[in-house]
Design a protein. Structure first.
Lengths: 427, 133
């Protein structure tokens, strides 16, 4: 145990810091926690397999379509598109999985909750995967991107090179539409900002293309009896982060079969720096208050002055009032609800109000699971930027300690749910 | 005097680095006019990276080149110069912190052999692949 080499931490979250220093997760290592997080990863992976495909479909094919009603009507090509890192036809197979869309997703897309019907009926009846959630995550990344200053992606969106690339694509897209070309001439920045948003669609799509097979495989390993505890599940994620860190992040658009490289792969943007780290910061920590849940008085400083102090992500969420129809986290919970493994359904029936508050129970499970994902990111950063947990040099251990303490400082604010998830009764 | 690339190729323990530099298309740059300061991770340093990390990077040369250029700074900076500076900016653009308090450390790597002179720069051998952030 390394804690013997340096004195114990006096941080309010010292117990969690010592657990991280021993190679653990922020989430306590109990069989119940392991069962919950793996079950929810599985339920998350299925809609995520739709999210990433449709995000790329919108970024690459729908592009600046003025009438975007059909943007969630993903093409067969994108459902059959082979995952770059999973399945038999992967360019570089890191995870098992299927290359094309997951069978459970395809089955749900046909039938929904109700019955087999046309895409249009399912769409209008809102009996479908809630892509609005994926778009809310994308917008959080877009809105916080400039302020976060993480990676080189957002800064590139302001470069002359990017503007020239976007200009070429805009002109090609509207070459047969003089009205839109005229509008572009009048309001070039409006069109450019739309393309920037579409670049974030691509960014998030490429990020989730990796996460979906990771979560599927974790579920498979658990079903095979492969994970002994929460740290095993966390370490699987840490290894995944490293394995895929160098995956290119780019934005290509296809117009009449021709590929326009708005953000070329040759920019050297990577999955870790330009997608994963900004995603975690923007979505897990920051986001923005969800409309329709709670009123904030900005004059009374109920909303932070600085974007970096925003704390409306899943790590701070009060899942109960957030469980209102139509808002992004509830849309996700609804998506996951369709794909819960049986053992998790049985578990929720035994607690609280059983099936009546299942969405809230699974929301809190999701919160636990995202504390575990965040732990994996923290451990991966420690591995990449600092020192091994068993480093013989006490000065190095002290540097690790300072890093962990700085991370835990973010959970000192009262809204943080770190203390809640330490308790099995928090549901 | 041999170039930075010649030294890496002709010494044992740098085969991964040499292969990576070739895959990233940086041979010409590092054999060309300098001067460069190169923090060269040895084979053991690359072996410490979790499985798959290098494989993904080798498949994507621009991304690999970015990680490698984080190990290079402009100019011919000796151990003493670096310690005096406390930080240098890499060719990649991100800063590399230097620590000379006890051991000679470059970010979270320890320098195993310092001040190896080459025709077009200087090499410091390190025991970890360093990453931006």
């Amino acid at each position: 145990m390394i804690t013997t080499k340096i004195p114990p931490s006096t941080h309010p979250h010292a117990d969690v810091i010592h657990r991280l220093e021993a190679g653990g997760s922020m989430l306590p290592d109990t069989p119940e926690n392991l069962m919950q997080i793996i079950g929810i990863y599985k339920a998350y992976a299925v809609p995520m397999d739709f999210y990433w495909r449709d995000l790329l479909y919108i970024a690459e094919q729908v592009f600046l379509e003025p009438f975007r009603f059909f943007k969630y009507f993903i093409s067969d090509e994108y459902l059959e598109r082979q995952n770059h890192y999973a399945g038999d036809q992967a360019d570089l197979r890191i995870w098992r999985g299927t290359g094309s869309a997951h069978p459970e997703l395809l089955e749900f897309m046909k039938k929904g909750e109700t019955f087999k019907s046309s895409k249009l009926f399912h769409h209008l009846f809102h009996d479908r995967i809630n892509m609005e959630f994926a778009e809310a995550c994308m917008r959080a990344m877009l809105w916080h991107g400039r302020d976060m200053g993480l990676g080189k992606f957002d800064a590139y969106l302001d470069s002359d090179e990017y503007k020239a690339n976007a200009d070429r694509a805009i002109k090609a897209y509207f070459k047969k539409n003089p009205v839109m070309l005229g509008l572009y001439k009048l309001f070039p920045d409006m069109f450019l900002e739309q393309v920037r948003e579409l670049s974030y669609y691509a960014n998030l799509g490429l990020f989730w293309e990796v996460m979906a097979p990771v979560f599927f495989e974790m579920s498979d390993i658990y079903d095979e009896g492969g994970f002994k505890g929460v740290p095993d599940a966390m370490n699987f994620l840490v290894n995944g982060i490293f394995a895929i860190a160098g995956r290119p992040i780019y934005h290509h658009v296809y117009i009449d079969g021709e590929c326009f490289e708005i953000i070329p792969k040759s920019k050297g943007f990577t999955w870790l720096y330009e997608a994963a780290l900004p995603y975690v910061e923007a979505v897990f920590y920051r986001t923005a208050p969800f409309r329709g849940t709670k009123s904030y008085n900005a004059q009374a400083h109920e909303v932070p002055d600085a974007q970096k102090d925003f704390h409306y992500g899943i790590l701070y969420a009060d899942v109960f009032p957030v469980g209102t129809a139509g808002i992004p986290p509830t849309l996700l919970m609804d998506d996951m609800y369709h794909f819960l493994p049986q053992y998790l359904k049985d578990y929720y029936k035994e607690h609280c109000r059983g099936e009546d508050d299942e969405l809230i129970q699974l929301g809190i499970t999701f919160q636990r699971s995202m504390y575990n994902v965040t732990s994996a990111v923290i451990q991966a950063l420690r591995t990449a930027l600092l020192y091994p947990l068993d480093d013989p040099n006490p000065k190095h251990l002290q540097k690790n300690r300072e890093f962990f303490e700085a991370q835990m400082d973010r959970f000192l604010r009262p809204e943080a749910r770190l203390r809640d998830i330490q308790n099995a009764e928090y549901r | 005097m041999p170039s930075i690339v010649d030294i890496a190729v002709n010494n044992e323990g740098f085969s991964t680095l040499v292969a990576a530099v070739q895959a990233a298309g940086l041979v010409e740059t590092l054999a060309g006019e300098g001067d460069f300061t190169v923090f060269a991770p040895n084979d053991d340093a690359f072996a410490k990276l979790p499985p798959g990390t290098i494989q993904t990077l080798v498949q994507n040369p621009p991304q690999l080149a970015r990680i490698l250029t984080y190990h290079v700074a402009a100019g011919r900076l000796t151990k003493d110069d670096l310690i005096k500076l406390g930080e240098v900016t890499s060719i990649e653009g991100s800063p590399i912190p230097i620590n000379g308090e006890d051991d000679f450390e470059v970010k979270n790597a320890t320098v195993l052999a310092a001040d190896i002179e080459a025709d077009n720069g200087i090499i410091h051998v390190i025991d970890n692949v360093i990453l931006m952030g």
